[in-house]
Design a protein around this ligand. Structure first.
Ligand code: HEM
Length: 178
């Protein structure tokens, strides 16, 4: 997993829970990296899972809820680091429908070893988008949060529902209705 995800995550933990919590979750986890991340580096996904699980245990907040909060912070961080990827979008629905064919394609060029999810579009109209998320990482709640955040930054509202096609969350159908 790319370092930018880790650096944004630890930044959020510091912002919401303080530096002591950052140290605590790093110490509680068995991290090959030692907890030192750079945005362009690549680290084992298990490190993120451990950090997230320990944060969830320490705060008694479910991991999925933490992912939703994280997505808000992450969206801001990703678009700040890569403004060119999103600036020409005028419509949040178009942006979401372009993750697979444009945004993550460019991300893959910037970070050749990124392991990105796929979002297959099943159906799209002006106010409705149906797509299927697939990823070994099962981070669909992060995806849901990033979708909600996309609408928020455009000052719009949408109802986003997800239906697990696989129990472990590695395949999930999203329906976005504006
Ligand atoms: C400027 C816009 C965006 C950038 C630069 C970006 C970049 C990235 C990067 C670098 C990763 C990490 C890949 C890795 O660790 O190897 C990632 C993962 C991910 N991205 Fe994006 N992304 C953007 C927008 C979005 C949006 C709008 C969504 C909405 C659904 C999204 C969904 C995800 C998900 C769910 C993951 C987690 C990995 C997984 O589930 O397999 N991204 N993205």
């Amino acid at each position: 997993m790319k370092g930018i995800i880790f650096t944004e995550f630890l930044e959020l933990v510091e912002e919401k829970f303080g530096l002591t919590m950052v140290d605590q979750i790093i110490n509680q986890s068995e991290l090959e990296s030692g907890g030192a991340y750079t945005s362009i580096g690549t680290y084992d996904f298990s490190e993120m899972l451990q950090l997230l699980t320990n944060l969830s245990q320490n705060t008694s907040i479910p991991a999925d809820d933490l992912l939703m909060v994280f997505s808000e912070h992450l969206f801001a961080g990703l678009t700040k680091s890569h403004p060119d990827l999103v600036k020409h979008y005028k419509d949040p629905m178009d942006l979401l429908a372009s993750i697979e064919g444009h945004i993550h394609v460019e991300v893959q060029k910037i970070y050749p070893d990124a392991q990105l999810p796929t979002f297959e579009i099943v159906d799209k109209s002006d106010n409705r988008l149906e797509m299927i998320y697939k990823s070994d990482k099962g981070l669909y709640m992060l995806g849901k949060g990033l979708m909600q955040q996309t609408f928020k930054v455009f000052g719009q509202e949408a109802e986003i529902t997800c239906e697990k096609l696989k129990e472990d969350g590695t395949e999930v159908k999203f329906i976005v209705i504006r």
